[in-house]
Design a protein around this ligand. Structure first.
Ligand code: BF8
Ligand code: SF4
Length: 625
C-alpha cells in the first residue's frame, strides 16, 4: 500500500516549491517526496555503513550477533571501506568534470573548435606562472599547451604532487607529507582508493580514512581547482553583477529553456545559441517574446556567476520547475540530475535533452556535444525548444511567484579588485574584528530535510555574529531567495559586517560559485594563511554543508577538514556503525590535521559552535574580540 508522504507545509520553506508540490499532487505527478515516503524507513545496516557488497562471498551485514563478514572484516573495516568508496565517487565526479575542461582547452589549442576560445588570457598566464611555466616572451598558444599538459599530468601518476600545491601554505604541506596525505595524481588517488577497498587489501580503518582524505585533497586542490580555473580561462573570470532567482524567472510569454547539471561547456553553448538572432526571430514568429535561458543547480551557478543568467532553483526545485508547465526544454550535462525528470517532462510538452555520453537518460533526446560541434548541436537543441512552444498547454501553466534580486560573481579576483588590489583590507577587517571570521556554506538539498530551512537559518545566524558567509552550489539559490544575496541584507548582519559590507556595497553573504568552485574558497583560505604566515587551521574560518546528500558534498567536506577547516554537517554520513571511524571523523582528526567534522542538526547551536571556534582561533592569532 502506498505510504503517505509528509504534508506539503513540512517539505519546503518556499512558497514556489509548496505551490508546485500541490500542483504535482493535484495532477497525480510523483516527486522526490512521494518516493522518499516509499523508501522510508531505510535499511539500518546501510544507514550505519555496516553492509559490504565488495565480493561474492557476501554480501555481508555486521551486527552484535554477526560481528564479522565472511572474510573476517569487522564493522570498522567495512565502514571505512564504504566511506572511502563514497569519497572516491565524489572526487571522481568533480575531477572528471575538471578533465573535460582540459579537453576543451586542448581542442582550442589544436584548432578543433571555433565555438570555444581563451577568454581570459591574463588568467591563463597567471596560472602558468603559478605552476612554474615560463610566460615571458612566449606565444599564448605555447603557454596554453604547457598549462594543458601540466594539468593532464595532474590526473596521472607521474607527478609527486599536483600543481596547485604551489598555493598551499608550507605548514599544511608539511602536515600532509608527515601523514602520507600529499595528493599525487587525481586518477591515481581514486584508483588507489578502489584498490585499497578490494577484499584483502587495506584492513586498517584509520589507514583507509587517511587515504580517503588524500583522495578528497586530489579533488579539492586538483580536479575541482582545475575545473574552476580553466572555466574562468575559457568563459571569463566572474565579476559582480545582479540577477534574479526562484521559479518566477520562468517567463510565461517566452520559450523557456532550463540548463541543469554542472559543466559550463554545455550550458554556455545553449546560451550562445539562444542569443542567435535567427533563432530569436523564429521564436518570435511562433508567438513567443523571445528565448529565456534559466539555470538549475551548478551549471546554473556557472552561468549566473559569469553571465548573470537567472536561477530557477536548486536541487529540490528541479522537478518542480517542470511542473510550472511552461518549460519547453530541460538540457542537462551531468551530476545531480534526477532520472525522474524524464518522467515528469513526459507529463508535459517539455523536451528532456541529455548531452553527454557519460550521462544518458533512458527516454531522453540525446545530443553528443563535443568541442568541434558544440554550437551547431546547441542550435539544434534550441530549435527543438522553440518548436515545442506551440505544444504548450496554456491551461496547465502556473508560474507561482515574482523573482527576487540577487548579487553574484564573487571570484577571488573580483574580491581582490573590489578591495583595491590586495587582500590587505580583508586581513585588516578580520584583525579589527569587524569581520570576526568566515564560513563557507555549501552543498545540497536533501528531501529528508525541510528544503533550505537549515541552509538559510545558518547563514542568518552567522551574519548576525559578524561572520562573513560564502555560499556555493545549491545554497546559492537558498540564500538568494531569502534575500541574503543583496547589499540590503546588511540589515540582517551584525554591526561589523554591516560596516564593512556597507562600505563596499556588497552583501554579507557572497555567492562564490558552483560546487567545483569551492576550490575558490580553498584558494582564499590559503592566500589568507600565507598573508598571515600561518596554517589554514589557524584561521578563524569554517565550512558547513547543512542539507548535503551527495558523494561530491562528502568529498568537499573531507577536503575542507583535511585542509584544516572545521566542518559542519547537518546529518552524518553512513559511518555511525564504526566507533573508530566516527571518533576519527569527529575528534581524532583534530590532532592529525587540525580540524574535524561536527554533526549538528540545530542551526542555532551550529552557529554557536562556529562562534566558539572562531573565538579560539582569533585568540590563537592574538586578535581581540
Ligand atoms: O555539485 S550542491 S545537489 S547540484 S552536489 Fe548537487 Fe549538491 Fe546541488 Fe552541484 Ni553540489
Ligand atoms: Fe563480506 Fe568480506 Fe566480501 Fe565484504 S569483502 S562482502 S565483508 S566477504
Amino acid at each position: 500500500m502506498a505510504k503517505e508522504p509528509k504534508p506539503i507545509e513540512e517539505l519546503s520553506i518556499w512558497d514556489d516549491a509548496k505551490a508546485m508540490i500541490a500542483k504535482a499532487r493535484a495532477e497525480g505527478i510523483e516527486t522526490v517526496h512521494e518516493r522518499l515516503a516509499q523508501q522510508t524507513p531505510h535499511c539500518k545496516f546501510c544507514e550505519l555503513g555496516t553492509t559490504c557488497r565488495n565480493c561474492t562471498m557476501g554480501p555481508c551485514r555486521i551486527s552484535a550477533k554477526m560481528p564479522r563478514g565472511v572474510c573476517g572484516a569487522d564493522a570498522d573495516v567495512i565502514v571505512a571501506r564504504n566511506f572511502g568508496r563514497f569519497i572516491a565517487g565524489g572526487s571522481a565526479g568533480h575531477s572528471d568534470h575538471g578533465r573535460d575542461l582540459i579537453e576543451v582547452l586542448e581542442a582550442i589549442i589544436e584548432g578543433e573548435t571555433k565555438d570555444y576560445k581563451i577568454t581570459d588570457e591574463a588568467k591563463l598566464k597567471a596560472l602558468a606562472a603559478e605552476t612554474g611555466i615560463e610566460v615571458e616572451g612566449r606565444e599564448l598558444k605555447d603557454v596554453a599547451t604547457d598549462v594543458m599538459e601540466n594539468f593532464f599530468a595532474d590526473f596521472g601518476s607521474r607527478k609527486k604532487e599536483i600543481s596547485f600545491l604551489s598555493r598551499v601554505p608550507q605548514k599544511r604541506k608539511d602536515i600532509w607529507a608527515k601523514l602520507g596525505m600529499t595528493p599525487r595524481g587525481v586518477d591515481r588517488e581514486i584508483a588507489e582508493m578502489m584498490h585499497r577497498t578490494h577484499m584483502g587489501c587495506d584492513n586498517d580503518a584509520p589507514n583507509t580514512m587517511i587515504h580517503a582524505a588524500r583522495t578528497s585533497l586530489s579533488d579539492g586542490w586538483g580536479g575541482s581547482m582545475i575545473g574552476t580555473e580553466l572555466s574562468d580561462v575559457i568563459f571569463g573570470t566572474p565579476t559582480p553583477k545582479m540577477s534574479t532567482a526562484n521559479l518566477g524567472v520562468i517567463k510565461e510569454d517566452k520559450v523557456n529553456i532550463l540548463v541543469h547539471g554542472h559543466n559550463p561547456v554545455v550550458s554556455e553553448m545553449i546560451l550562445a545559441a539562444a542569443r542567435d538572432p535567427e533563432l530569436v526571430e523564429k521564436a518570435e514568429k511562433l508567438g513567443a517574446k523571445g528565448i529565456n535561458v534559466a539555470g538549475l543547480c551548478c551549471t546554473g551557478n556557472e552561468l549566473l556567476m559569469r553571465q548573470g543568467i537567472p536561477m530557477a532553483g536548486n536541487h529540490l526545485m528541479t522537478e518542480l520547475a517542470i511542473i510550472t508547465g511552461a518549460v519547453e526544454a530541460v538540457v542537462v550535462d551531468y551530476q545531480c540530475i534526477m532520472p525522474s525528470l524524464v518522467q515528469i517532462a513526459g507529463c508535459y510538452h517539455t523536451k528532456f535533452i541529455d548531452t553527454a555520453n557519460k550521462a544518458r537518460f533512458s527516454g531522453a533526446i540525446h545530443f553528443d556535444i563535443e568541442p568541434h560541434n558544440a554550437l551547431q548541436q546547441a542550435k539544434e537543441i534550441v530549435n527543438l525548444a522553440i518548436e515545442g512552444f506551440a505544444e504548450r498547454d496554456a491551461g496547465r501553466v502556473d508560474i507561482p511567484c515574482e523573482p527576487v534580486e540577487i548579487m553574484t560573481g564573487f571570484s577571488n579576483e573580483a574580491v581582490i579588485a573590489a578591495l583595491g588590489g590586495s587582500l590587505d583590507p580583508l586581513v585588516q577587517a578580520i584583525a579589527a574584528g569587524d569581520i570576526r571570521g568566515a564560513v563557507g556554506i555549501v552543498g545540497c538539498n536533501n528531501p529528508k530535510i525541510k528544503q533550505d530551512s537549515m541552509n538559510v537559518e545558518l547563514a542568518k545566524e552567522l551574519i548576525k555574529k559578524d561572520i562573513l558567509v560564502l555560499v556555493t552550489g545549491c545554497v546559492t539559490t537558498a540564500a538568494g531567495k531569502a534575500g541574503l544575496l543583496v547589499p540590503d541584507a546588511i540589515e540582517m548582519a551584525g554591526p561589523g559586517l554591516k560596516k564593512v559590507c556597507g562600505a563596499l556595497g556588497i552583501p554579507p553573504v557572497l555567492h562564490y560559485g558552483s560546487c567545483v568552485d569551492n576550490a575558490r574558497i580553498l584558494q582564499l583560505c590559503a592566500a589568507l594563511a600565507n598573508a598571515l604566515n600561518v596554517d589554514i587551521s589557524d584561521l578563524p574560518v569554517g565550512a558547513s554543508s547543512p542539507e548535503w546528500y551527495s558523494e561530491k558534498a562528502a568529498a568537499i567536506g573531507l577536503y575542507a577538514v583535511a585542509s584544516g577547516i572545521y566542518t559542519h554537517l547537518g546529518h552524518p554520513p553512513n559511518i555511525l556503525g564504526s566507533e573508530v571511524v566516527t571518533d576519527l571523523a569527529t575528534s581524532g582528526l583534530e590532532d592529525l590535521v587540525g580540524a574535524t567534522f561536527f554533526i549538528e542538526p540545530d542551526m542555532v547551536k551550529t552557529a554557536e559552535m562556529f562562534d566558539e571556534r572562531i573565538k579560539a582561533k582569533r585568540k590563537g592569532l592574538g586578535l581581540s574580540e
